[in-house]
Design a protein around this ligand. Structure first.
Ligand code: NAP
Length: 313
């Protein structure tokens, strides 16, 4: 795939397109100073990022919205230059909750639409104020909803112009097929956001999604923050990998840049999170070189089929 910084977008099945590189915005709200996300998004936009990945449950969507609006007011960008992905949380799967939930997100962002709205996880929690509802034994309280009915509510949000495109996240092949085989399907998912990096290359899901024109958006493309509260840290740190570092040396790039380039070069969108100005800029510098076929194979061979994000729920 021939990629340049100017044209680093790939088409979506509904006629829209998505930038191959986006800024992830999940940071532990307890440990992250207020305003960090606002500054990071503004720095990212100045560095050339046009795709921002966020969610209601990241508790910083107001900062993302403010950064986008400030950059529009400055004349740096227009709204249509930006691609914002928001997510429907597990407690909001009942179809009647979908549109009000997206409207709440739009109110927080102070934007008229999101570019992509995705079902964050395929399982539902009990609706209510608790985002992680648990019983007296500390077990999650799940909720029976029909994912196909949730999907129909997303289709209605697209028709209403509240989301330009709709997709899913953390769906396996069976769950994707369930949506795609739904009688009366109006729009199929344009994308599936899943963990994807050189230690978890997702060969089978990637092939299935390619066949069905579903773009894979790879989260944790640098191997996560290794925060023990939600990451399986028994897997070795991706960015210390000798192969990634050796290939990086050849191109005067870091292991992080090689990990990101590997995915974009095979058509996988990456959304690395950084709130550090230098690393935000570093992660964008992946469109001025390409990996050889041999190097792509070497990196593919690093796959360990181990997730950092175990999603124990
Ligand atoms: P990630 O992007 O793989 O890694 C982020 C960590 O790497 C941070 O600690 C960051 O620290 C550090 N980092 C960033 N650039 C670096 C570089 N060039 N060199 C060295 N370290 C670097 O992990 P992630 O946050 O898990 O995933 C990215 C995004 O995917 C999230 O922010 C979120 O938007 C999304 N996500 C979605 C789901 C889902 O279920 N759909 C799940 C997980 C994540 P600094 O900030 O200090 O640079």
């Amino acid at each position: 795939m021939n990629l340049s910084a100017e044209s680093h977008r790939i088409p979506l099945s509904d006629g829209n397109s998505i930038p191959l590189l986006g800024l992830g915005t999940y940071a532990d709200p307890q440990k992250t100073p207020k305003g960090s996300c606002l500054e990071a998004v503004k720095i990212a936009i100045d560095a050339g990022y046009r795709h921002i990945d966020g969610a209601f449950v990241y508790f910083n969507e107001h900062e993302v919205g403010q950064a986008i609006r400030e950059k529009i007011a400055e004349g740096k960008i227009k709204r249509e230059d930006i691609f914002y992905c928001g997510k429907l949380w597990n407690t909001c799967h009942p179809p009647e909750l979908v549109r009000p939930t997206l409207e709440k997100t739009l109110k927080i962002l102070q934007l008229d639409y999101v570019d992509l709205y995705i079902i964050e996880l395929p399982m539902a929690f009990k609706p209510g104020d608790a985002l992680y509802p648990k019983d007296e034994n500390g077990k999650f309280i799940y909720h029976e909803t029909d994912l196909c009915a949730t999907w129909e509510a997303l289709e209605a949000c697209k028709d209403a112009g509240l989301a330009k495109s709709i997709g899913v996240s953390n769906f396996n092949r069976r769950q994707l097929e369930m949506i795609m085989n739904k009688p009366g399907l109006k729009y199929k998912p344009v994308s599936n956001q899943v963990e994807c990096h050189p230690y978890f290359t997702q060969p089978k899901l990637l092939e299935f999604c390619r066949q069905h024109d579903i773009v894979i958006v790879g989260y944790s493309p640098l191997g996560t923050s290794r925060d023990e509260s939600w990451v399986n840290v028994s897997s070795p740190p991706l960015l210390k990998d000798p192969v990634l570092n050796a290939i990086g040396k050849k191109y005067n790039k870091t292991a992080a840049q090689i990990a990101l380039r590997f995915n974009v070069q095979r058509g996988v969108v990456v959304i690395p999170k950084s709130f550090n100005p230098q690393r935000i800029r570093e992660n964008f510098q992946i469109f001025d070189f390409s990996l050889t076929e041999k190097e792509m194979k070497e990196i593919e061979a690093l796959n360990k089929n181990v997730r950092y994000v175990e999603l124990l729920m």
